[in-house]
Design a protein around this ligand. Structure first.
Ligand SMILES: Cc1ncc(COP(=O)(O)O)c(C=O)c1O
Length: 411
């Protein structure tokens, strides 16, 4: 059982650790455990790259031939190359910039499926997959949703069972944003290849942390945000369109290319990238990916596994806490969701925020069928999600806070 931890002493240690926490203090958060929503803090180089783009070359890339526009275009291209390096992919022009993972998933799903097609997905998906495929019902596109196990894991044979003559696409998450369950994307990709199906991976919770290799894995479409594991700012994301796939674009507009034509260009990436790009955001993403490549994804993953392991082990010592997802640490990463006694998850998050300055996310996490799978559709859950800058001390403070809450300190 816990003794009350000396929170003030630890606060001082955290303050010394990173100047970025100065900005955390302004909004009164000390320990940020909501990295699955958006990672925070970012490496210092991300902030300086955004400022550099805004102050030194913040023109409109691709729209002019002056030096500032060319520098912007260079950064945008270099970032495509960094993304290709990270995911072992040869064609940087097939990386399409978007605003977030949702935008990427919408482009992939709506750009691919046509009336009469069938798509297979799972019960652990985020609404950024579930809502587009439900919307497409209106246009004669069918879907099947494979029911996952109570711990969030997937039996891949259940995907094979759902394949029909008109199945065109399989969409799965790589890591669940509710249980942290790691899906076997390599094996699912093999099933898709064997059955001539297109495989779309939602890497919202894995890009920048888990190995994703487009040469070794049969991933046709890879959707990911820039603002989570890739450590860029909000407003960034991308879709990689692999294996010579061509999607319909879902918006048209100015691209800075072929301006004499009133029709959308048909070459990559302009076919899918209309309007002024998010240059400061992409400059920040550029710095985030460089940080990951330098530190090494393996080292980031090891760090996060160590943190999760510690958190789960500490929380297991506390009475009346239910942790969701697999007990096997090797099959999960990034997030741990739980409930305390019969308490409302929002109340637990509120107590953590106001009494301990700990930021977590309660509720349903935009994944209604995942909550049904776990049986938490009424209660929701409190999600703790970790990033590359969380420390063991922060984890101990969070576990101590949960112990206080669970033992009725605020009743
Ligand atoms: C698994 C999963 N997919 C998609 C998304 C949507 O990401 P974004 O907020 O970048 O649109 C999220 C967001 O948390 C997610 O966890």
């Amino acid at each position: 059982m816990y003794n009350t931890y000396n929170v003030l002493k630890v606060q001082k240690l955290i303050d010394k650790r990173q100047i970025s926490f100065l900005s955390l203090k302004r909004v009164n958060v000390l320990i940020y455990l909501d990295n699955a929503a958006t990672t925070f803090p970012k490496p210092e180089s991300v902030y300086t790259s955004i400022m550099n783009a805004m102050t030194n070359y913040g023109a409109n890339p691709g729209r002019g031939s002056h030096a500032m526009a060319i520098e912007g275009a260079r950064i945008i291209y270099e970032t495509r190359e960094l993304i290709s390096e990270l995911f072992n992919f040869d064609d940087p022009l097939r990386t399409i910039y978007t605003f977030n993972a949702t935008d990427s998933l919408n482009l992939a799903i709506k750009g691919l499926l046509k009336k009469g097609d069938h798509v297979i997905t799972t019960s652990m998906e985020h609404n950024s997959v579930l809502r587009p495929i439900h919307e497409l019902e209106k246009y004669g596109i069918e879907h099947s949703i494979v029911q996952c196990e109570k711990d969030g894991s997937l039996n891949i044979d259940d995907i094979t069972k759902e394949i029909k003559d008109n199945t065109k696409l399989v969409v799965t998450v790589h890591v669940s944003n509710l249980t942290g369950t790691i899906f076997p994307i390599k094996e699912i990709g093999e099933i898709c290849k064997k059955n001539n199906l297109i495989y779309l991976v939602d890497a919202a919770q894995s890009a920048g942390v888990l190995d994703i290799d487009l040469k070794k894995m049969n991933i046709d479409l890879l959707a990911f945000p820039g603002h989570k594991g890739l450590l860029g700012p909000q407003g960034t994301g991308a879709l990689i369109i692999n294996n010579n796939i061509v999607l319909n674009q879902i918006r048209e507009g100015g691209t800075g290319s072929k301006s004499s034509s009133v029709y959308q260009p048909d070459f990559f990436p302009d076919k899918y990238e209309s309007g002024t790009p998010n240059l400061p955001g992409i400059a920040g993403l550029n710095a985030g990916i460089k940080y990951i490549l330098k530190r090494g994804q393996k080292s980031i993953l090891e760090h996060e596994k160590k943190i999760i392991d510690l958190f789960i082990n500490e929380v297991k010592k506390i009475d009346n806490i239910q942790i969701y997802g697999s007990d096997d640490i090797s099959s999960r990463c990034g997030v741990v969701s739980l409930n305390v006694n019969e308490m409302d998850s929002a109340e637990v998050a509120y107590l953590l925020d106001t009494n301990y300055k700990i930021a977590v996310r309660p509720g349903l996490h935009c994944a209604p069928l995942a909550h049904k799978t776990l049986g938490t559709e009424d209660s929701g859950a409190v999600r703790f999600s970790f990033g590359p800058f969380n420390t063991e001390k922060e984890i101990l403070i969070a576990a101590n806070a949960l112990n206080d809450i669970s033992s009725g300190k605020y009743n």
